[in-house]
Design a protein around this ligand. Sequence first.
Ligand SMILES: Cc1cc2nc3c(=O)[nH]c(=O)nc-3n(C[C@H](O)[C@H](O)[C@H](O)COP(=O)(O)OP(=O)(O)OC[C@H]3O[C@@H](n4cnc5c(N)ncnc54)[C@H](O)[C@@H]3O)c2cc1C
Length: 261
Amino acid sequence: MSLRIVVCVKYVPDATGDRHFADDLTVDRDDVDGLLSELDEYAVEQALQIADEADDAEITVLTVGPEDAKDALRKALSMGADKAIHVEDDDLHGTDVMGTSLVLAKAIEKAGYDLVITGMASTDGTMGVLPAILAERLGVPQVTLLSEVKVEDGTVTGRRDGDTASETLEASLPALVSVTDQSGEARYPSFKGIMAAKKKPVESWDLEELEIEAGEVGLEGSWTKVDSAAQRPARTAGTIVKDEGEGGKQLAEFLAGQKFI
Ligand SMILES: Cc1cc2nc3c(=O)[nH]c(=O)nc-3n(C[C@H](O)[C@H](O)[C@H](O)COP(=O)(O)OP(=O)(O)OC[C@H]3O[C@@H](n4cnc5c(N)ncnc54)[C@H](O)[C@@H]3O)c2cc1C
């Protein structure tokens, strides 16, 4: 039977762009270019490597995000994933991690899966907590922060590197794993891959299809609330220490004044 892998990928604002908050204190996603979260490229890469080793496997990439989030799905498809699911609904505006994990869980259950792969954290929210919440919602084992992953005989095995030791962990499928940026360089899409991606299926689902009430997500259904946000102060000109014989002393005094030493 085919190994069904679902990879969760997030469409994030380009970190090199000028990002700001909208009036309701949510991230303004309309005025900035977005892209597939770089850390999720590692998740797609691991899925492709697992599929290469398996007799028969199918990779579905899944995102919850606005219309433009399709760009992230196309990139993952051009890397080699087989099909994509885009969950989009106006009522998702302002959804926090609890709501996002609910939507992802319902979509993954509807799609069917043996293995869910996520990145270690998104490059915008960077909570790094969604994989654990998602595994709880699905009721499957979670093997997180892996730098190496293998699937064999219905078991997923992985290595988690800590500061002082590396652990080898395993879980029986179905399971969820998250992978780190140490898991192996993600491949660039080839020209052939980019062309092939244009013909791969992308399904769009809304909240109704997932049997989720509007009040369970969005700002109303969020467990967290942003009370205030302030613009980062403009950068001021740095202090220039001119060495006229006392440069070293002045430098030390400056560092001590800033409590660096
Ligand atoms: C339209 C929209 C509006 C939102 N508005 C808000 C808001 O106002 N306030 C707020 O707190 N949150 C909001 N969110 C949710 C937020 O952007 C995050 O998706 C969510 O809180 C998870 O946090 P994180 O990105 O830090 O996850 P992390 O735990 O850092 O992510 C780990 C991994 O989870 C997966 N993942 C995370 N998010 C998604 C996703 N959306 N789709 C697929 N995979 C994913 C990726 O594999 C990622 O590498 C919104 C989301 C959407 C789609």
